[in-house]
Design a protein around this ligand. Structure first.
Ligand SMILES: *Cc1c(COP(=O)(O)O)cnc(C)c1O
Length: 352
C-alpha cells in the first residue's frame, strides 16, 4: 500500500490555526538566535551549541545526560530500542502516541510488543500496572519498560500528578522494568502543575522533551537519562540517521525556546480554558474540560462528524484536527493570541 503525501490546501489562507501546537512559526527573535549560533559537526561531537542545549536540558530535567535529535518520535524510538530487546513487552496506555502514531516503529525497529493499558484521560493506576505484570517464565515476554505520556495527548492534554507517576513507577521498578516518559508536552505539565520540570519527571528513568510543540521551535527534541543509558543510545541515534552536522542552528532555536517560551505557556492554557468555556455554550458541542492547551470536544449532538465540522471551518479560515468520528481537537499555542479565541468561537457558531 502506498500513501499520498499529505499536501495542505494552500488556496484558502488559514487565519486561526487550532490544528496543533506543532504549527507555530519561528519568530524573528528565534531566527536571529539561529543566525548567531556557533556551530560545528554535531556527529563528531564538535558543535558547541548542541552541547550547550544538551547540558541545559539535562540540568532542567534533573538527569545526568541528554542527547539532541531531530524529532520527538526519534527520541521515543531510540529510547525504546535502547531499553528493550526483540521480544520484550512494553506497558503503555492503549492510546499512547508510541502505540498509535509512530508508524509501528516499536515493532518495526525494536521488535518489541506493546501491551495497551486502559484508563481515563490517557492515564492508568498503579493497580492496573500491577494487574498487567506477567509471571516470570519462559512463556511470558520479558516486560522491560513502562511508558507514560505527559501530558497525555489523546487523553485530552491531562497531566499526571507527581504522586501518580511515583506510584506507577514504583510498581514498574519493583518488577525490574524501567520507566520512560514521552514528554512531548511535559513543559505544559510543569507549568500547569506549577512544579519544577525535574520533579515532574523524577519518577522516570528516561524522558523525551519536544521543542516543536508549545515551545515553538522548528525542529528538535532531547532524550535525557543516566549517562550510561545516553551513551548506549548514541548507537541507535547513529543507526537511525539521527546524527547531524551543524545542528547548532536548530539547537540555538531550542535554547531560545527554553529561555523565552516556558512561562508563556500559561497564556495558552488560559486561552484553551476560554475556548472550552465558549465552545461549551455552542449547542450540540460537548467539551472535555482542558487542563493544558488541548481542547477535545464531541460533535455528535450537532449531527456532524468531527471531520464534517473541520471541513466547514476550513473555508472560513479556521483549522482544527480530527481525532475520532465525533471527536475533534482544538489546540492553543504561541501563534494564537487571546483575541483570536473570540473570533474562533464566532466562526464556530456560524459554521454550525
Ligand atoms: C508530537 C508527539 C510526539 C512526537 O513528536 P514529533 O516531534 O512530532 O516526532 C510524541 N508523543 C506525543 C504525545 C506527541 O504529542
Amino acid at each position: 500500500m502506498s500513501y499520498e503525501p499529505k499536501r495542505a490546501d494552500f488556496s484558502v489562507p488559514v487565519r486561526i490555526n487550532l490544528y496543533s501546537d506543532t504549527q507555530t512559526r519561528p519568530t524573528r527573535a528565534m531566527k536571529e538566535a539561529m543566525l548567531a549560533a556557533e556551530v560545528g559537526d554535531e556527529q563528531g561531537g564538535s558543535d558547541p551549541t548542541v552541547w550547550e542545549l544538551c547540558d541545559r536540558a539535562a540540568a532542567l530535567l534533573g538527569k545526568e545526560a541528554a542527547m539532541f535529535m531531530p524529532s520527538g518520535t526519534m527520541c521515543n524510538q531510540v529510547a525504546v530500542a535502547t531499553h528493550c530487546r526483540p521480544g520484550d513487552e512494553i506497558l503503555a496506555h492503549e492510546d499512547a502516541h508510541i502505540q498509535g502514531s509512530e508508524g509501528g516503529a516499536p515493532g518495526a525497529i525494536s521488535g518489541v510488543m506493546i501491551r495497551g493499558l486502559p484508563g481515563p484521560r490517557g492515564m492508568f493506576s498503579a493497580q492496573t500496572v500491577r494487574e498487567a505484570i506477567r509471571p516470570v517464565s519462559r512463556y511470558s515476554p520479558p516486560q522491560r519498560l513502562l511508558e507514560v505520556e505527559q501530558t497525555t495527548n489523546k487523553g485530552g492534554g491531562a497531566c499526571w500528578r507527581i504522586g501518580e507517576l511515583q506510584a506507577v513507577a514504583e510498581v514498574a521498578h519493583e518488577h525490574g522494568m524501567s520507566v520512560h516518559m514521552d514528554g512531548a508536552r511535559v513543559v505544559n505539565a510543569a507549568v500547569a502543575l506549577d512544579a519544577p520540570l525535574s520533579e515532574v519527571v523524577s519518577a522516570c528513568d528516561t524522558v523525551m522533551l519536544d521543542f516543536t510543540k508549545g515551545l515553538g521551535a522548528p525542529l528538535g527534541a532531547v532524550l535525557a537519562g543516566p549517562k550510561d543509558f545516553i551513551g548506549q543510545a548514541w548507537r541507535w541515534k547513529q543507526r537511525l540517521g539521527g546524527s547531524m552536522r551543524q545542528g547548532g542552528m536548530n539547537a540555538a532555536a531550542c535554547i531560545y525556546a527554553l529561555q523565552h517560551n516556558i512561562p508563556r505557556l500559561a497564556e495558552d492554557h488560559a486561552n484553551a480554558a476560554n475556548l472550552a468555556r465558549g465552545m461549551a455554550q455552542i449547542p450540540g458541542i460537548i467539551v472535555e474540560a482542558p487542563e493544558t492547551n488541548l481542547v477535545f470536544f464531541d460533535t455528535s449532538g450537532a449531527g456532524l462528524t468531527a471531520a464534517d465540522f473541520a471541513a466547514r471551518l476550513r473555508p472560513m479560515g479556521v483549522t482544527i484536527s480530527v481525532s475520532g468520528t465525533y471527536r475533534g481537537r482544538a489546540c492553543t499555542h504561541l501563534d494564537i493570541s487571546a483575541d483570536r479565541i473570540g473570533e474562533a468561537l464566532e466562526i464556530m457558531r456560524q459554521a454550525l
